[in-house]
Design a protein around this ligand. Structure first.
Ligand code: APR
Length: 320
């Protein structure tokens, strides 16, 4: 059986890490695409030279033309520019929206059967735009944010309780930004919900509130430490988990930004909710019960995503 093909659009910090993880996890052959000449080729060669040491047979190709992504099974998009000092949110939106137009056209032409995972920020608006510009079915175009946000939440909880990260489950709803909704009630250690652990004296409500806040600011915390650039290891690993669930039809239940067309009372908006990812893409959207406080936080988060989409539509009305 032929190996799967994974196309990475954007060969920057996350793109390079995605390629490395795809190789190490034997997910398939990798094509790195970037507009900068030499960078995808250089990273591909470096990774090909790593393969004999790590012991896998995937091939790596670097390219500056879209035809090389032809027939890809999975496309992961990190193309774009990060926000720089002095740049407004709308400036960033305008630049990355243009990038999504180019990337969408490339996917539409050369990889229309692929499962597409967008990572470029502002995430919820960019994945919405990418689904529009690529013309792929919504169940095949998702945004990676929830796996990362919940991984951060899980790590902080495991650290608080002094237990293995493996035994902590957590999930985060809503947009990828400081309005995200980490759901304490649905987060557990070995199956025990966090509110029960508070009652059992393992921690306090105040400490959990601080962890929720740290999760919301998880991206900014790393940006402040790195000084230039943003997180890349955990974002790459998160997208790879989603790609693996699709390629191996694992049907994992993961939080992802998906287009809602009725679920949660919302329509035609991409926002983070729990979904089942399998060979057909997004196979199921899971609608969990929200209490009034959670619903209010979720609605606030949705409103902020709607604001971003409106800003996109002002710049590119034809996407409407
Ligand atoms: N087409 C393809 N690639 C592009 C384009 C384009 N039109 N415009 C820029 N790029 C490439 C850049 O040349 C760069 O190599 O996208 C890459 C982005 O890489 P980095 O700047 O290293 O950013 P990275 O840390 O990988 O993050 C990528 O993910 O988490 C988000 O906010 C983050 O939007 C950012 C994205």
């Amino acid at each position: 059986m032929a190996r799967n093909k994974i196309a990475l659009i954007g060969a920057g910090q996350i793109g390079g890490t995605l390629a490395l993880l795809a190789g190490l996890k034997d997910l398939g052959d990798v094509v790195l695409f970037d507009v900068v000449e030499g960078v995808p080729q250089g990273k591909a060669l470096d990774l090909a030279e790593l393969a004999p040491v790590a012991g896998f047979d995937a091939t790596f190709a670097g390219t500056n033309t879209y035809d090389a992504i032809g027939g890809a099974d999975v496309v992961i998009v990190t193309a774009g520019v990060p926000r720089k000092p002095g740049m407004s949110r709308d400036d960033l939106l305008a630049i990355n929206l243009k990038v999504m137009e180019q990337v969408g056209a490339g996917i539409r032409k050369y990889a229309p059967e692929a499962f597409v995972i967008c990572i470029t920020n502002p995430l919820d608006a960019m994945v919405w735009a990418l689904q529009r510009t690529s013309g792929l079915p919504a169940m095949k175009v998702v945004g990676m944010a929830g796996v990362l946000d919940s991984a951060r939440f899980r790590y902080f909880l495991a650290d608080e309780f002094g237990v293995s990260v493996e035994d902590v489950t957590a999930f985060v709803l809503g947009g990828h930004g400081d309005t995200m909704v980490p759901l304490v009630r649905y987060s557990t250690v070995g199956g025990i919900p966090v509110p029960d652990l508070i009652r059992m004296g393992w921690t306090s409500a105040e400490r959990i509130a601080a962890i929720v806040e740290r999760t919301r600011n998880g991206g900014a915390e790393i940006v402040n430490l790195l000084k230039s650039g943003s997180a890349f290891y955990a974002p790459a690993a998160s997208a790879i988990a989603m790609a693996e669930s699709y390629l191996k039809d694992k049907k994992r239940l993961l939080p992802a930004a998906v287009r809602l067309d009725g679920a949660y009372g919302l329509r035609d908006i991409y926002v983070g909710v729990p979904v089942v990812i399998g060979a057909r893409g997004v196979e199921r959207i899971v609608e969990v019960d929200l209490d009034p406080a959670e619903r209010a936080m979720f609605e606030k988060s949705v409103a902020s995503v709607e604001g971003l989409v409106e800003a996109c539509l002002k710049i590119a009305p034809d996407l409407g």
